[in-house]
Design a protein around this ligand. Structure first.
Ligand code: HEM
Ligand code: HEM
Length: 182
């Protein structure tokens, strides 16, 4: 496999900047921050969006023509950028923290930190995404999409769909806010 070249990726990233920010720290919460995201996860998502396994109509035309080398270079560039921090809503921290750190045993929801890490930085080598500092509205939208079977690229294990469909809207809002503050 081609090892991504961050310098080459930077040159190819101009088209991404309008939505994700020049350094991958998007301003608008509908666009995910991708700065500092794990390289393996970035490669998988860009390819999934390019190839249709994850439906993102707004972005698909911009990645349709990318080669696997382009994808690897872009992933190397964005993985090397420094992610900005966000904050949590005070009133949601207690519930959000409880779910993130302990899951919800009576509903079979596992602790998020088992895969996304105690600090929300993910496990890059395993392809478990970084969540820390992500826009709460984006995180909530992804959890809702998983829960409704609209985002289905979590593989045959369906691990995120299985988790998300057990969460109420209030629980999604709380854990998404807590994650923004991690
Ligand atoms: C999602 C990369 C261009 C809009 C994503 C994700 C990645 C990515 C890696 C998934 C993030 C995650 O799962 O955390 C890129 C790259 C681009 C590019 C490398 C340039 C080659 C664009 C452009 C737009 C855009 C130009 C806007 C027109 C979006 C949106 C999502 C997304 C809306 C999230 C969709 C959802 O809610 O599921 N992008 N992107 N992207 N991108 Fe891009
Ligand atoms: C993806 C949240 C538990 C493994 C995601 C995403 C979110 C999320 C928001 C999408 C990230 C993005 O689009 O940037 C959560 C929350 C959890 C939880 C709130 C606890 C309630 C877990 C657990 C595992 C896991 C326990 C492992 C068993 C994954 C994997 C992906 C993912 C592998 C990437 C799926 C893909 O390739 O598209 N998670 N997660 N998560 N999560 Fe979780």
């Amino acid at each position: 496999a081609h090892a991504g070249d961050a310098e080459a990726g930077k040159a190819k990233s101009a088209t991404c900047a309008a939505c994700h920010g020049a350094d991958g720290n998007s301003m608008a919460p509908t666009f995910p921050k991708i700065a500092g995201q794990g390289e393996r996860y970035l490669i998988k998502q860009i390819k999934d969006i390019r190839d249709g396994a994850r439906s993102v109509p707004a972005m698909a035309p911009f990645v349709a023509g990318l080669s696997d080398t382009d994808v690897a270079d872009l992933a190397a560039y964005f993985a090397a950028q420094i992610p900005t921090a966000g904050g949590a809503k005070e009133e949601l921290v207690e519930l959000g923290e409880a779910i993130y750190r302990g899951g919800i045993a009576e509903k079979g929801v596992p602790a998020c930190l088992a895969c996304h890490g105690p600090d929300g930085k993910g496990v890059a080598a395993a392809g478990f995404p970084r969540l820390a500092g992500q826009h709460d509205a984006y995180t909530a939208a992804q959890l809702t999409a998983f829960s409704m079977n609209q985002r289905t690229n979590d593989g045959d294990s369906r691990m995120m769909r299985d988790i998300a469909y057990r969460l109420h809207a209030t629980e999604i809002e709380a854990v998404a806010s807590y994650i923004q503050g991690l």
